[in-house]
Design a binder for this molecule. Structure first.
Ligand code: SF4
Ligand code: SF4
Length: 372
């Protein structure tokens, strides 16, 4: 049974969030955590100030830590690994590191001695995942309610991609260029991690060109479930998508990682649909036959098709601050800086939009947003 608890929480005042998180965990049927070691995986992405709506808010993290302790958890750990993580990274801009210190829980560096796994549904792809995965009893996914330029929405399943340490992430786009292939990778990782519970911060959500350069939008919601796919289904529904057209949701159901929500014991996602939500325009799905057979036999064809269907990003000279983060993350080596301008080689670009995700200055445009 895939029950999804959607509860109201209008602001990040700690006492209100503590209360709402406890309610969401109860209605969402959080598993018994007594004597368990638990890893919390918030969505940090680029350790931005929390008012930008990029990261899981520190008040939600704090409330989750407190609730787990009150329910008898033996130890709570917190970690994430943004794509351009530097050694000894500590997420201080978002306030997440300070919450760990104040609540007396350990911040975990995912880059230290990761363990390699063969990822299901990817025909043998091997990827390192954080070593802590094999040292805890449970993983909780704490995503942020956000649109995603590549995958349309990022939620409980996609959030677990952060268990892949820093720069191992972006090269995956070269091997898995279509949305369906990338969704299979995300679902494969989630099937290894097996999150025991997920709690999504939708108090301030992001619409438009997410996951890092969108627009903050007040939703006033926390969403919780044992089933990460059902949670993402509810999120997609609230955003105004047909959830079954969101590749990660569709793949998650197809692979049995989770299912459509069978009950909404508090608020119903159907009644919360935001028809004016600024969504990423959906593109035609790569056909089933293509997603299963063609990628491995005709990978050049898939790459050609992706390039034909998706536009290359556009770089805004006036907004660019010259940080070079886009160059550092680009898995295709498609970017260079000439005379303080970013130059893109559109033939090399694989349209993964990693550059757009890491740009701190909103200097990169990707034209796939549906205006309200
Ligand atoms: S330029 Fe941007 S979208 Fe193109 S391959 Fe590089 S990171 Fe991906
Ligand atoms: S990441 Fe953005 S601001 Fe930084 S160099 Fe690239 S385009 Fe400019």
């Amino acid at each position: 049974m895939s029950s999804v608890a959607i509860v109201r929480c209008e602001q990040y005042e700690q006492a209100l969030v503590d209360q709402a998180v406890a309610v969401a965990c109860k209605i969402g049927e959080m598993p018994d955590v007594r004597d368990k070691r638990i890893l919390l995986k918030p969505n940090i992405l680029s350790d931005a100030k929390e008012e930008r709506g990029i990261t899981t808010h520190s008040a939600v993290l704090r409330a989750m830590i407190r609730h787990l302790k009150s329910q008898g958890a033996k130890e709570v750990l917190v970690g994430d690994s943004p794509g351009l993580q530097k050694p000894n990274f500590q997420p201080k801009a978002s306030g997440i590191y300070q919450v760990c210190e104040e609540e007396g829980v350990q911040w975990i560096d995912f880059t230290k001695q990761p363990k390699t796994y063969t990822i299901p549904y990817t025909r043998g792809k091997k990827l390192p995942l954080a070593a802590v995965l094999s040292q805890v009893d449970m993983v909780f996914s704490l995503p942020k309610f956000k649109t995603h330029q590549l995958m349309y929405a990022t939620g409980a399943v996609k959030n677990l991609f952060g268990l892949v340490p820093n720069l191992y992430k972006s090269p995956c786009h070269v091997q898995f260029p279509s949305r369906e292939q990338f969704a299979a990778l995300m679902v494969g990782i989630a099937s290894i991690v097996k999150p025991a519970f997920s709690l999504m911060d939708g108090i301030i959500a992001m619409e438009g060109p997410g996951p890092a350069n969108g627009i903050s939008r007040h939703l006033g919601l926390l969403i919780a479930s044992r089933d990460p796919v059902a949670l993402d289904y509810a999120q997609a529904q609230i955003m105004g998508y047909d959830p079954l057209l969101v590749p990660i949701v569709a793949e998650g159901i197809r692979r049995g990682l989770g299912d459509k929500p069978t009950s909404y014991p508090a608020l119903s996602a159907e009644k919360l649909v935001q028809s004016d939500y600024i969504r990423i325009e959906m593109q035609k799905r790569t056909s089933f036959i293509h997603s299963l057979i063609v990628p491995f036999v005709f990978s050049h064809y898939i790459r050609w098709k992706v390039k034909k269907e998706r536009k290359a990003p556009v770089f805004l000279v006036d907004s660019c601050i010259g940080c070079r983060k886009c160059i550092d993350i680009c898995p295709a080596g498609a970017l260079t800086m000439v005379d303080k301008r970013i130059i893109i080689d559109p033939k090399a670009c694989i349209r993964c939009y990693c550059c757009h995700e890491v740009c701190p200055a909103s200097a990169i445009l990707v034209d796939e947003v549906i205006p309200s």
